[in-house]
Design a binder for this molecule. Sequence first.
Ligand code: SAM
Ligand code: SF4
Length: 370
Amino acid sequence: MTVTALGLPQRRHSQGRRAAANAEPVYAEDPGLIDRFGRVVRDLRVSVTDRCNLRCTYCMPADGLDWLDNDAVLTTGEFVRIIAVAVRDLGVRSVRFTGGEPLLRRDLEAIVAGVAALYPRPEIALTTNGVGLRHRIDGLVAAGLDRINVSLDTVDPERFARITRRARLTDVVDGLAAARRAGLGTIKVNAVVPDRQDLARLPELARFCLDHGYQLRVIEQMPLDADHRWNRTQMVTADDILDALRSEFTLVDDDRPRGSAPADTWMVPGHHTPGGEPARIGVIASITRPFCGDCDRTRLTADGMIRNCLFADSETDLRPILRSGARTSEETDAAITAAWRANTWAKAAGHGVNDPGFHQPDRPMSAIGG
Ligand code: SAM
Ligand code: SF4
């Protein structure tokens, strides 16, 4: 990787120039958010709520968590305001809404519409557990949603209910079908394999995805569960996942470059997407094959904290800047920009999960946004 020598991060001019209608967006060459290792941030993950209607064992305790107070959580306008700065002044090109469960926000369509109106218009994606999606997808697509990932670990109803502690499999399957009807392109299914016994069920999930034209991406479980039960010696690795998939499918190395995408992908001969391309399956091996060197992500939590990594041990609080009332609008934008640049500059080289001194972050996955 190229290491770029840089001084202290400073506010630069606006990243985008408005071009003629329908023209490709014009981006400034100047990278907005850059870290000490030369990585440039382009992708923003926004957790719009820490609450959830499922209780996945690898994420949340059975009784839920101490949710954020309502007044701690950013409003519709605050989210759009911060994302506007990220897009206009800091070079962010894609925004993914997540949570907690983002569909629990009744104003998600309004937030999406606000972001879709920005220039340069970022790509807008959503990660959801799919419960209730069938009632929301048309409104979200109308508001500007471009892409969706639905989390689904198994199509076995009993096992689904055990993993999520809720019997909602039919809702998720219906949500996926509704996303297809709404005309979204590649629909991705995110799966965690919580236990070794689940490996035997993985081909069944893969077949479901291939039959319906969804792209399965299997994620190695990370030490971000609120119960702190993650155990390295028990974890299901990418190799275990690939062995389980190969027991039923031929996987051929993908010919497409991976870029900053977290998933390694394989083509599955004999299967095609609804668009006629070769079907693919991905594995996100965050633990056994970390991809931190290519990371282009930054995160905003529901309570306005910037995190430069899922595993960051510090955060930058944007709420005092946003809510101080003592600044002009321009000064507020400048302060957000400076704070975000400094936060990114301090990003560690890697997540450190495999380092001897690793300690799990205080925030669980549901309060960071996966
Ligand atoms: N509730 C939404 C959902 O489940 O899609 C969005 C938030 S959830 C935290 C985002 C993604 O993180 C999901 O795909 C989920 O499977 C994944 N996830 C949660 N806990 C995880 C863990 N400990 N390790 C790896 N992935 C995890
Ligand atoms: Fe909720 Fe998503 Fe966590 Fe499951 S993984 S408990 S759906 S936030």
